[in-house]
Unconditional design. Structure first.
Ligand code: 9VF
Ligand code: MG
Length: 285
């Protein structure tokens, strides 16, 4: 070997790296460097053998004792916490109308419009829970005392979504509380965030002021630089379209994103609806 190749840094091949990612190998292992391809390839076999055994153990445990993936557990924990806090669960259609989207300001000119899955000319798979929740808020508002507390958890669909933290089909949990004193909004929002993050057992989060296309100002919940939720303090200019006249606060959580950060996974496909993974564990092991 000459001096040049001596100094050359050998890394995992693309294929090897792909497999390590699938197996959720730690980043430090993915970044590992070698002196020669031979050393690397020998190491690869040993490393994969090791991770595969650990994944098999985990798979057994998750299927024989816990029986559920982390996403489901988180969904249950949040649901239970909200029910105990006087929130009422609602279950609304996955199909929504073009006019409902338009009432959320999502029309041909909107960023999200190209992400919509149309199933008929005027019908699509819901990209968010908000239009249905707005409608349910109005329906509830005529029937029950204040404050009104409702939430829904379920699938949402967005076409563009690709990359480590986006999925075309994902699970949103959206809560809304309406009819408390307007000045209490921020404080109450803080309480609910603490409550739910506690229910998830996630405490390394921070709150960041942000802006989004639909709502304008939001407070985002960030864990390891990943947005796991967005919160909004109403009233909001869209309210009048839905005949909503009282102050509200709302939070939308991405359930798979919560699972991603809680379970230390590297991409959301591992914890999303899948035939290739169960609870973050690659099945071809
Ligand atoms: C919070 C996530 C559902 C309009 C009555 C209350 C909220 C943000 C939710 C958002 C998104 N907003 N849908 O509003 O809860 O990022 O897609 Si109401
Ligand atoms: Mg957001």
């Amino acid at each position: 070997m000459n001096a040049d190749t001596d100094k050359m840094i050998i890394r995992w091949t693309t294929q090897q790296l792909q497999r390590l990612r699938e197996l959720n190998a730690p980043q430090s292992l993915q970044d590992k460097v070698f002196k020669s391809p031979t050393e690397r390839d020998t190491d690869f076999l040993a490393v994969v053998h090791d991770i595969v055994s650990r994944n098999k153990e985990r798979f057994k445990e998750r299927t024989s004792t816990l029986h559920r993936p982390l996403t489901c557990t988180l969904e249950s924990n949040i649901t239970e916490t909200l029910i105990n806090s006087q929130f009422t669960q609602v279950v609304t259609p996955l199909f929504i109308s073009k006019s409902a989207l338009a009432k959320m300001s999502i029309d041909e000119r909107h960023n999200l419009y190209n992400d919509i899955f149309w199933i008929e000319k005027n019908k699509c798979l819901r990209p968010m829970l908000a239009p249905n929740l707005y409608q349910m808020l109005y329906n509830f508002s005529r029937l029950v005392d204040r404050p009104i507390r409702i939430f829904e958890v379920g699938p949402c669909f967005r076409r563009d979504s690709s990359g480590k933290y986006h999925m075309k089909e994902f699970t949103m949990l959206n809560l809304v509380e309406m009819g408390s004193e307007e000045k209490e909004g921020e404080k109450r929002l803080g309480e609910l965030i603490v409550l739910i993050m506690q229910a998830c057992g996630v405490d390394n989060y921070s709150l960041i002021k942000n802006k989004c296309d639909v709502y304008g100002d939001t407070v985002d919940i960030i864990v390891n630089d990943i947005e796991v939720a967005s919160a909004v303090i109403g009233p909001h200019p869209l309210d009048s379209k839905w005949k909503i006249t009282e102050p509200w606060i709302g939070i939308g959580f991405g359930i798979e994103r919560l699972a991603l950060v809680k379970g230390n996974f590297q991409n959301i496909q591992q914890v999303g609806r899948s035939l290739a993974y169960f609870d973050g564990i690659r099945l071809n092991i």
